[in-house]
Design a protein around this ligand. Structure first.
Ligand SMILES: [Zn+2]
Length: 251
């Protein structure tokens, strides 16, 4: 019953706010991960992107102006991780703040001695538990230009990870997934790659993944959708777990 009501609501939203065909085609041209999908997955992605634009508020900052084509592109990238999961996985937050370029978050951190540090790291994106997703538009436009990079997918992966508490590389797994296998494979691969890094071995994915288990999940999620063949070749166990989690085999 509730499903019927929801489907009716979704149909109504999509009917009232359709994404115009030229804007959709334009976004597809600019998003390799979406181009790789079959026709029926692309149709699902279009519904999700419509719902995303209706339910989230995209807020450009500084002098940045985003037109409708840009918004459709952003929504397309953002919905790729939930293609087979559904928009419910993005419940509980509302805003996407977009800076023109890399930004310095105004954040204070208190260390063990009680000293507050102002962070001054330049960021391409950031995601908070129930707060906004923050993105650099320059980085959004760079998605896919460096193989396997997609800042939007990266931040959305953090959002999924945050659904069950802190970002720790352990998102809420589906009922039939094996929690022990997930931990074993992710932490084992993480440690092995750290070891490789210490020995100067070239890594098959962005070394930023080794910052923390949360970053490892976000970076491998980017790879999963942007360079699935590379991930499957070099980290097949991680690829398989991500395929179970995202309910999708992009390769
Ligand atoms: Zn991250």
């Amino acid at each position: 019953m509730f499903d019927k009501i929801r489907n009716w609501r979704i149909r109504r939203i999509v009917a009232r706010h359709p994404i115009p065909e030229p804007l959709w085609q334009n976004a597809l041209q600019r998003c390799a991960a979406a181009r790789r999908l079959g026709a029926s997955d692309q149709a699902t992605l279009r519904v999700l992107a419509t719902l995303f634009l209706e339910s989230k508020s995209v807020e450009p900052t500084k002098d940045l102006e985003l037109d409708d084509a840009d918004l459709v592109l952003l929504a397309m990238h953002a919905c790729i991780p939930v293609l087979k999961l559904g928009m419910d996985w993005y419940d509980g937050w509302h805003s996407v703040i977009v800076y023109p370029d890399a930004f310095i978050p105004r954040r204070q951190k208190m260390d063990a001695a009680g000293v507050v540090h102002e962070s001054n790291t330049m960021l391409a994106g950031e995601a908070w538990g129930r707060g906004p997703v923050i993105l650099s538009w320059a980085e959004v436009l760079n998605a896919g230009t460096k193989p396997g990079h997609n800042v939007v997918i990266h931040e959305m992966a953090h959002k999924l990870d945050l659904l069950n508490g802190e970002a720790n590389g352990f998102p809420p797994l589906h009922r039939r997934m094996d929690h022990v296998a997930w931990s074993h494979i992710f932490s084992g691969t993480f440690e092995r790659m750290k070891e490789d890094q210490r020995h100067g071995v070239e890594l098959p994915i962005d070394p930023y993944a080794l910052e923390s288990p949360a970053e490892f999940f976000a970076v491998t999620s980017e790879q999963f959708f942007e360079s699935p063949a590379n991930l499957r070749e070099h980290l097949p166990d991680v690829y398989r777990q991500l395929a179970l989690f995202y309910r999708h085999h992009p390769f």
